[in-house]
Write a protein that binds this ligand. Structure first.
Ligand code: F6P
Length: 327
């Protein structure tokens, strides 16, 4: 493989806090190694529309602390077609871009994998998603910030829940993964945590809530992952609880996209910086078709095929801890 002399960088899929810090690290690592860097706007769609802009070390000043992604993001339908990908390849050739760093989730990596196979074009990826649902990395960029946002929001909900002796169902993001729900649930002192990896069932939830009331709890927080089966209709769940446990007055809060915004935490900034530098190291070492992840606090290369295999197993120990401390 030719050593790249011009590298493109893009952010794709759902945005995540820390993406700007990752772009910054990629751009500055390019400058450090005397490699040209091009920003691609609006993710994979920007490749198809040749939405390119040359970036230098100063183009990425004052963004390490900013949420969102200044390159913008998109979920490109056109990139799913061979025609779209051919356009993307031609645009990369015309711009003399030799390699790409894509920052996103499993959908982004799956698209990148197909592109590499079809056009033999070098690409490495960085895991950028609040869901933490990528295989082969302990953490994804944006996850830690999202956890802190959720915990801060639930702390506020707890104040009002406690004042009114109410039960709150709080829905958090995580399309197929319960990582946000489980960790933020423990951090915020939730009564119960409903996650897609573990089907609790409505009956067991009722039993648990009933026990809590008897044990003297006056207010409760139940964290529900958006991907959980019994939580899929959170307002229906609230009604079901009120109908079956008359002692409960229930309210629902759907946290939604506030979880994707805000200044990245220090952890996410450092992670994004390490992985961004790792991405350029990898490309200059002739690597392609891999994600740069973090495992046991070491930067690690993982084939895209492994990364997209599905979410990490949920940590059984955390489930046990959540059960014990919510007694
Ligand atoms: O993948 C990140 C994520 O925020 C999921 O948690 C959520 O299900 C989804 O994206 C929402 O996507 P969109 O912003 O396109 O509605």
């Amino acid at each position: 493989m030719k050593i790249p002399s011009k590298i493109g960088v893009l952010t794709s899929g759902g945005d995540a806090p820390g993406m700007n810090a990752a772009i910054r690290a990629v751009v500055r690592a390019c400058t450090y190694h005397n490699v040209e860097c091009v920003g691609v706007y609006r993710g994979l769609q920007g490749l198809i529309e040749a939405d390119f802009k040359e970036l230098n070390a100063r183009s990425v000043k004052n963004i390490i602390n900013r949420g969102g992604t200044f390159l913008k993001s998109a979920r490109s339908k056109d990139f799913m077609t061979f025609e779209g990908r051919t356009k993307a390849f031609n645009n990369l050739q015309n711009e003399n871009i030799d390699a790409l760093v894509v920052i996103g989730g499993d959908g982004t990596f799956a698209g990148a994998s197909v592109f590499i196979k079809e056009f033999n074009f070098p690409i490495v990826g960085l895991p950028g998603t609040i869901d933490n649902d990528i295989n082969g990395t302990d953490y994804t960029i944006g996850y830690d910030t999202a956890l802190n946002t959720v915990v801060e929001a639930i702390d506020k909900i707890r104040d009002t829940a406690n004042s009114h002796n109410r039960l709150f169902l709080v829905e958090v993001m995580g399309r197929d993964a319960g990582d946000i729900a489980l960790n933020a649930g423990i951090g915020a002192g939730a009564e119960e945590i409903l996650i897609p990896e573990q089907n609790m069932g409505r009956e067991r939830l009722l039993e648990s809530l009933s026990r809590s009331k008897k044990s003297g709890k006056t207010s409760s927080i139940v964290v529900v992952s958006e991907g959980d089966q019994i939580g899929k209709n959170i307002f229906g769940l609230a009604k079901y609880i009120e109908e079956n446990l008359k002692e409960y007055e229930v309210r629902v809060t759907v946290l939604g996209h506030i979880q994707r915004g805000g200044a990245p935490s220090c952890y996410d900034r450092v992670l994004a910086s390490r992985l961004g530098v790792g991405a350029i190291d990898a490309l200059l070492n002739g690597e392609t078709n891999v994600m740069i992840g973090i495992v046991h606090n070491k930067v690690t290369l993982v084939p895209f095929s492994e990364a997209i295999k599905g979410s990490n197993e949920i940590d059984e120990d955390l489930i046990r801890v959540a059960d014990i401390i919510s007694i």
